[in-house]
Structures are given as structure tokens and as C-alpha cells.
Design a protein around this ligand. Structure first.
Ligand code: FES
Ligand SMILES: [Fe+2]
Length: 443
């Protein structure tokens, strides 16, 4: 059995370090897919991706090709992308509109948007008296065991049991609240295209980097310094004495030094979710921001507005597959493809009811910091590949997560880093603690 081919799972994770096999063993990868990605809540997409009946998007959950589709009943369904007849994939495109029903390209069986069998050609002449027909559930497309959405963000679980979505998200649901609350209409709308990047590294390497506040000042220093130099030159020349905000998005990688990152805090929750507090100072008093503030105050009142824009989050990691930067409406979904191959989908959103320049700000961050063409992402991608190469070698057995180990405080199941320890490796410890629980329990 698979279990017998992989190392003893209980020996792989210690509170402050992890064995390298966790990242490079193909047997462990298969178990992770079974016990984590194909059991717990995985983000499929946003409801606004499929506005019309028949609209669908293909999405990978663990090793399973799935479809998120809008039904004629307006409900969003998540189905296995497989024909129940002979197994043909129902939709070969990444997204599109299937019309009033799905029609398999092999022998033309058709299915309703919820996967239920609609017709089999020549059903009576070919199948009368056999087990095949509309009453046999095996003749319908299989559905994800559970589908739930939170503020328009659709998740599916391929296991019939387990926590509800809201129980699973716990405090990390603030990622979606913070994003949506910043919209005057209380909702966001997806920008219906994304960057896709395949990283030649294990999926956990990406997640561990998301709340690693120690690396930006090192890995992204050259990018930040170059942007800061240009920012200063523009400021000197500009009439108002300031470079556009987009320069700040990059220069912050140099100007926010390690001691400043230490001022932030990490909050670490059950199921491996983590939050990094701190906001990059993206609330200037320029006319665009002031116009937005006015619309928000009209929509929510001053008191609620202050609460909304005062939410102090840099990053929320929703284990095992989502990284959200809510103040800038960015989201990255992680889709493991193999032990050393990981797809990330990089999406961004519009705040409904917000003026266009506020959207442009989100777009600038999307392009400058999160896109595959930016130096910031390239810096990280190079590290991810090099980390995987190092861990695949026999140059050492352990990965260390010891920074500020033993100095965390725990209150009602939430692990907080101590004061001035924002660069703690507590988020990585939290992720691996959850990983060991998922893998040990199998649920
Ligand atoms: S495989 Fe789909 S109809 Fe035959
Ligand atoms: Fe980075």
C-alpha cells in the first residue's frame, strides 16, 4: 500500500523543524492530495466568474479536474469534469459557456448544469432493460460532495463530512470580509482573467513564503532599491513633490527594513491559516483616495468607514491553497500538480461602486508585484526553484523554522508572535503543525 512506501509520518514534523522528505517524496505528495486537498475546502473561484447560466470554469482540486458552472436555477455547481459514459472529459477548454446543457463530444450524452443526466441518444433502442438510464445516479456527472460560498467566493470539498466552510475558515474569513467591506456596494467582482504560473517547486514552499516577513528586505532588496531611486528622482522633478503611488508599491521592499517588518505581527489559527498584520501605508490623502472615502462614508457612515479602512492586514493565508491580500483585492490560488510542480493562479478584483482610479491601484499592484513579469515575482520564483533543488539533495535532512521559536504566546487556540517579532517563523510552524494533523488523522 501507498502508506507503506512513505516514511513514518509522525517522525517528519517537529515543532521547530521538518524533514526534507515532506517536500520531495512523491508518496507523501499523493497522501497530501488524498488527506488534505481532496478532503478540505478548496477555493474554486468567484461567483462573478460565471454570471450567466451555462458559464463554466475548469478548476483543479487536488488531482481531480473539476468544473464550476452556473445553472439555469442561478445556483453555482461544482462537478467532476468527466462523462459518466466512458470517461471523456466534458469540457476541454479552461472556461466558456456550455449552453442549455452539457453535451459530451464522444457519444452525445447530455447533462443538466447540475450534472444530472438529461438524455442518452437512442436511449430506448440501446439501453432498454439495462442498468443505464436517467434513474441510475451513475449515469449522471458526479458532483463535489459539498459546495459553499462565502461573500461570493466559492469553495468545494470532495469529502461528505468535515467542518462547514465557515467553521473551517474561522478567523481567516476576514480576508473576504476585508476585501468586500472596502467596496461601497459591499461586494467585489472578479477581473475575469488571471496570470498562471507553474513553479518548479513543491506547493508548500510557496505557502511558507507568503507570510515570511524576513525575506522581502533580502530577496527583493535590489528591486526595491531600484524603484526607490527612480521614485526619488521623480519626486525631485514633480511639481507636487511625489512620485505616483505605484512606485511606493515596489520601493517599500527596500524602505520597509527588517526592523520595520518586526513591528508587524502574525496570528496563527487552527487548520494552518495565518494572518500577517501591517498595512503598507497605501492610504495617501490624494484626490482619488479622498473621492473614494467620500463615497464610502456615504455608503456606510463615518464610524463604520473608519472601522473598515482601519482593518490592519497585509496578508491572509488560508491553508492549504489560498493567499489573499485583501486591502489591494489580490488573491493567489495554489494548485499542486506534482511533488515538484505547482500552478498558481493570480487573480484580482474590482470593488463594486468604487471609482476607477481605485481599481487602477489594485491593477498596478497586480502587475507590479504579483504578475509573472515583475521582478518581485521573479525573485521569489528563483528562490522557490532553488529551495526545491536544495531539499532534493542529500546536503541536509531538516528544514529549520526556529526563528523566535519558544517565544510565541497562545490564547484560546490562536498563536501570536510576541512584540517586535513580525519576522518570526511562527506561520511556517503553524502550517506544519496543521499539516501533521491533517496527514495523521486523514481528515
Ligand atoms: S464518453 Fe461521453 S457520451 Fe460517451
Ligand atoms: Fe517575496
Amino acid at each position: 500500500m501507498l502508506q507503506e512506501r512513505v516514511p513514518d509520518l509522525s517522525k517528519l514534523v517537529e515543532p521547530d523543524r521538518v524533514r526534507r522528505e515532506v517536500y520531495v517524496d512523491p508518496g507523501i505528495f499523493e497522501l497530501e492530495m488524498q488527506r488534505i486537498h481532496e478532503r478540505y475546502w478548496i477555493y474554486c473561484g468567484h461567483e462573478s466568474q460565471v454570471p450567466k447560466p451555462g458559464d463554466y470554469y475548469a478548476v483543479q482540486i487536488g488531482r481531480q479536474p473539476m468544473l464550476m458552472v452556473r445553472g439555469a436555477d442561478r445556483k453555482v455547481h461544482v462537478l467532476y469534469n468527466r462523462c459518466p459514459h466512458r470517461g471523456n472529459m466534458m469540457c476541454g477548454d479552461r472556461h466558456g459557456n456550455t449552453g442549455e446543457f452539457f453535451r459530451c463530444s464522444y457519444h452525445a450524452w447530455t447533462f443538466h448544469h447540475d450534472g444530472a443526466l438529461r438524455t442518452i441518444p437512442m436511449m430506448d433502442s440501446g439501453y432498454a432493460g439495462t442498468r443505464f438510464g436517467p434513474d441510475n445516479p451513475d449515469c449522471s456527472m458526479k458532483k463535489a460532495a459539498r459546495i459553499e460560498s462565502y461573500r461570493g467566493f466559492v469553495f468545494a470539498s470532495l469529502a461528505a463530512d468535515g467542518p462547514t466552510l465557515v467553521e473551517f475558515l474561522g478567523e481567516s474569513k476576514i480576508a473576504f470580509d476585508d476585501m468586500c467591506d472596502r467596496a461601497p456596494e459591499g461586494e467585489v467582482e472578479i477581473v475575469p482573467n488571471c496570470f498562471r504560473v507553474i513553479q518548479h517547486s513543491n506547493w508548500k514552499i510557496f505557502l511558507e513564503n507568503q507570510l515570511d516577513a524576513l525575506h522581502p528586505s533580502v530577496t527583493h532588496q535590489s528591486t526595491g532599491r531600484a524603484a526607490h531611486e527612480v521614485e526619488k528622482q521623480i519626486a525631485k522633478r514633480a511639481k507636487k513633490g511625489e512620485a505616483p503611488l505605484s512606485y511606493h508599491m515596489l520601493s517599500a521592499f527596500a524602505t520597509v527594513t527588517i526592523d520595520k517588518w518586526d513591528n508587524f505581527q502574525t496570528l496563527n489559527y487552527p487548520y494552518g491559516h495565518c494572518i500577517l498584520t501591517g498595512y503598507m501605508g497605501l492610504r495617501p490623502q490624494d484626490p482619488d483616495t479622498l473621492a473614494y472615502d467620500k463615497i464610502m462614508i456615504k455608503a456606510y457612515g463615518k464610524k463604520r468607514f473608519d472601522e473598515i479602512v482601519g482593518v490592519n492586514i497585509h496578508h491572509v493565508l488560508i491553508y492549504p491553497g489560498l493567499s489573499v491580500q485583501s486591502p489591494l483585492q489580490q488573491l493567489r490560488a495554489v494548485r499542486p500538480l506534482g511533488v515538484d510542480r505547482t500552478l498558481t493562479e493570480i487573480w484580482h478584483f474590482r470593488l463594486k461602486g468604487a471609482p476607477e482610479p481605485i481599481y487602477r491601484r489594485s491593477l498596478a499592484y497586480y502587475n507590479l508585484v504579483n504578475s509573472p513579469s515583475t521582478l518581485v515575482n521573479a525573485d521569489d520564483l528563483e528562490n522557490f526553484w532553488k529551495i526545491h533543488q536544495g531539499l532534493a539533495s542529500e546536503g541536509g535532512d531538516w528544514v529549520s523554522f526556529g526563528r523566535h521559536f519558544g517565544r510565541d504566546t497562545e490564547k484560546s487556540g490562536v498563536v501570536e508572535t510576541g512584540p517586535n517579532m513580525g519576522t518570526s517563523e511562527a506561520p511556517m510552524r503553524n502550517q506544519m503543525k496543521a499539516w501533521a494533523q491533517y496527514m495523521g488523522n486523514g481528515r
